[in-house]
Structures are given as structure tokens and as C-alpha cells.
Design a protein around this ligand. Structure first.
Ligand SMILES: N[C@@H](CCC(=O)N[C@@H](CS)C(=O)NCC(=O)O)C(=O)O
Length: 228
């Protein structure tokens, strides 16, 4: 029986931009594990495997239910030790650094540009919930968020930190992708799949690494549907 991954979907069920779900999708592909994705919207928590938690990704593997992307990635290495995502404690620690960087730098820069776009793409029944929850979270209306100046520049500046490791190595994991690459590229799938056009320009060598990540696993991420 294949693993089930609960994944966030927009009004078009093939639009799946959730960054945390993408971290898990990359990890499952790396592990060469078969999985099926189960699309859920934002508002109706009754269809979530854990309605009180009310978030995705959640993995259901037989009797086991695992939630939260970081916990799922760590659990995958324990439950399926082949093809480790983090082969050493050092790699796991580096992934924690990259996750912290996403929250400190990348997400704050890019989120204001995405909230209105995702609202426009969300299913009708999700729009009120999405607007209310995001406006409460940010303390601004979606329109105020979209009008914030400099978010594109801030996003591009946030990426400069990756130029260090990616100037020396093909992947954040060195010669091969590891949990660090999947954590960061998972986050980068969010803007990619919330807009028909790229909303920022990644500096080199980050842009070239992104192309390599899109090519992995027979172009799985490159083939993911973008809005038209
Ligand atoms: N810490 C969690 C965060 C998960 C999360 O926030 N997921 C979003 C989708 S990207 C979600 O479930 N949103 C539902 C909602 O906003 O109600 C993780 O890393 O998995």
C-alpha cells in the first residue's frame, strides 16, 4: 500500500503550491517511495486526517500518521533508512539552519507578494477563510500586503546567502542533493506555483541550482502545473 500525502490544492486541484508539502514530495521522490497525494482545500478541516491540527503536509502510512514537514522528513529517515535525506547529524543540523533562514529571511520577503495571488487562485469556498486567516496573521489586508514596496528586491537579496555554498558546490548537500536542498527548493516551489510568471529573479548561481532541482526525478517539479 502506498503512502498517502495530504496536500493543499487551489481551485484547480492540480495547482499544489504548498511549500511544506513540496519539501515532503521531494523527500519521498529522493527515497524512491511510492506515494499518492490527497488534495485538500484550506477551509474544510473535516477532510484533513487530523482536523484539530488543521494543516498539511500530513503523511498516512498504514497505521502511522505523521504531521509537520520537518517531523515527516526526520521520520522518513527512521522508517525508511535507504537513501538517507540526512546521512549525518551535521546534515540534519544544516537543514535546520536553512529552515531557520527561510523563516527569518525568504518567507517574510516573498509572502506579501503571494497572499493576494493565492487568494485569487483559491477555491470559492476557501476565499473568506484564507483572507481572514492571512489578514489576522500579517495584521494587514491582502491589498495592503500586495502594495508593499520592495518585496521583490528583498526576496532577491534574501537569496544572496545561498550564493556562498552554491558557488562552491552543485547542491546544498555537496555533490548530491540532500535534505537541505529539498527544504529550500520546497519553499521556492511556493512562488513558482502561485504565479504564471516568475515574481523575482534569482541571482546566479542560485538560478542554475534551481534549474538542476527542477530537473531532478525526471523533471517532477518542473512538470508541476503553474497558473495560466
Ligand atoms: N510547520 C508546518 C506548517 C504547515 C503549514 O502551515 N501548512 C499550510 C500549507 S503551506 C497549511 O496547512 N495551511 C492551512 C491553513 O492555512 O489553514 C510544517 O512545516 O508542515
Amino acid at each position: 500500500m502506498s503512502l498517502k500525502l495530504y496536500d493543499l490544492a487551489l481551485s484547480d486541484p492540480d495547482l499544489r503550491p504548498s511549500p511544506f508539502c513540496w519539501m515532503v514530495k521531494f523527500a519521498l521522490l529522493h527515497k524512491e517511495l511510492e506515494f499518492e497525494t490527497i488534495p485538500v482545500g484550506f477551509a474544510d478541516k473535516s477532510v484533513y486526517p487530523d482536523p484539530d491540527y488543521g494543516r498539511v503536509p500530513v503523511i498516512v502510512d498504514g497505521d502511522e500518521t505523521v504531521k509537520d514537514s520537518a517531523a515527516i522528513l526526520a521520520w522518513l529517515d527512521k522508517a525508511y533508512p535507504e537513501n538517507p535525506l540526512a546521512a549525518t547529524e551535521g546534515e540534519a543540523a544544516a537543514a535546520e539552519f536553512y529552515r531557520a533562514w527561510l523563516f527569518a529571511s525568504f518567507f517574510p520577503a516573498v509572502s506579501p507578494m503571494l497572499a493576494g495571488r493565492i487568494h485569487a487562485l483559491a477555491a470559492e469556498e476557501d476565499k473568506d477563510y484564507f483572507r481572514a486567516s492571512r489578514e489576522e496573521r500579517f495584521g494587514k489586508t491582502l491589498e495592503e500586503l500586495a502594495a508593499l514596496p520592495d518585496q521583490k528586491k528583498k526576496t532577491e537579496e534574501s537569496l544572496l546567502v545561498l550564493s556562498g555554498p552554491l558557488g562552491r558546490y552543485r547542491f546544498l548537500g555537496g555533490s548530491r542533493p540532500n535534505v537541505c536542498d529539498y527544504t529550500v527548493m520546497g519553499a521556492f516551489m511556493w512562488p513558482r506555483l502561485s504565479s504564471a510568471e516568475d515574481i523575482y529573479e534569482a541571482p546566479q548561481p542560485v538560478a542554475a541550482w534551481m534549474e538542476r532541482m527542477l530537473d531532478l526525478f525526471d523533471g517532477y517539479a518542473r512538470k508541476a502545473k503553474r497558473p495560466s
